[in-house]
Design a protein. Structure first.
Length: 269
């Protein structure tokens, strides 16, 4: 079976994929293997499930908690794949599908699980399969739930504006605020104090790029950042009592082409 085959190109014996290729997996999750949604799962994941049946996935599903969690994730995938027109569904490459199925046996965080199921769904869609790069599986593993929320908020945005605020003493500059943004106004973070670390991680993964010293022409948003972080008040409190002067620097993170591909593949279907 070719990984990129259309459903219309798959021979008639694919109808038996649920029992032939996935007989140790899908029957554990669904009693009615003939229902259209389950059949769509079996067809899209036929090769993946066939390989998984001979490796470790069936052993993991012996654990009841893993089985229930996996069933939950597969139902979420089933609901998403049902929105793809049948003629546009395609088989998922094992190089991508097999590690995702493994992750779905133990991923409890909803935001991270959603990234995995979105990636799997896009890999099942002929029109979006080109977005599903195999490296994205390991990249999702490196994300926290807060970082997943930030990426979800960036579906229609290509940059994150930030401000630096430094105290000036003689010829030395002391950071007061570093790379503060307006993210927390629009995204609910579990650990807002980690925002800079999150941005650094996304940058290290090649999703974001620090565009310093360039600056965006967006006075309202920079003003919003200054108000959110009380930069003018902090300046008055520290100059000249603590610092001779203060310096404001404005720049932004831009989404890289690779980062845009990742966001498209993992946050949207």
């Amino acid at each position: 079976m070719k990984d990129n085959a259309k459903m219309s190109d798959i021979p008639s014996e694919i109808e038996n994929v649920l029992t032939d290729c996935a007989k140790t997996i899908l029957p554990q999750l669904y009693t009615d293997l003939a229902q259209p949604g389950v059949k769509a799962v079996g067809q899209a994941l036929g090769t993946v499930l066939e390989l998984s049946s001979t490796i470790l996935l069936p052993l993991k599903l012996v654990n009841e908690k893993a089985k229930l969690l996996f069933a939950k994730r597969m139902n979420e995938y089933k609901e998403k794949i049902e929105s793809i027109p049948e003629e546009k569904r395609t088989t998922v490459a094992p190089e991508l599908g097999t590690p995702i199925l493994d992750k779905l046996t133990y991923t409890t965080n909803e935001e991270i699980a959603r990234l995995f199921t979105n990636l799997l769904t896009n890999a099942s869609n002929e029109d979006r399969a080109n977005l599903a790069h195999p490296s994205f599986v390991s990249m999702i593993e490196r994300l926290s739930s807060d970082e997943a929320r930030i990426l979800n908020a960036m579906q229609k945005s290509d940059d994150i504006l930030y401000c630096d605020f430094d105290g000036v003493l003689a010829d030395a500059y002391t950071p007061i605020l570093k790379h503060v943004t307006a993210i927390q106004k629009y995204v609910t973070l579990q650990y807002p104090q980690n925002e800079l670390a999150y941005l650094s991680n996304l940058e290290s993964m090649g999703i974001l790029k620090d565009s310093f010293p360039k600056e965006k022409v967006n006075e309202p948003l920079y003003a919003e950042i200054m108000e959110l972080h009380r930069i003018n008040q902090i300046g008055k409190q520290n100059v000249p009592s603590k610092y001779r002067d203060a310096m404001l620097t404005r720049s932004f993170y831009s989404v890289t082409p690779f980062g845009r591909m990742f966001i498209e593949a993992c946050t949207r279907v």
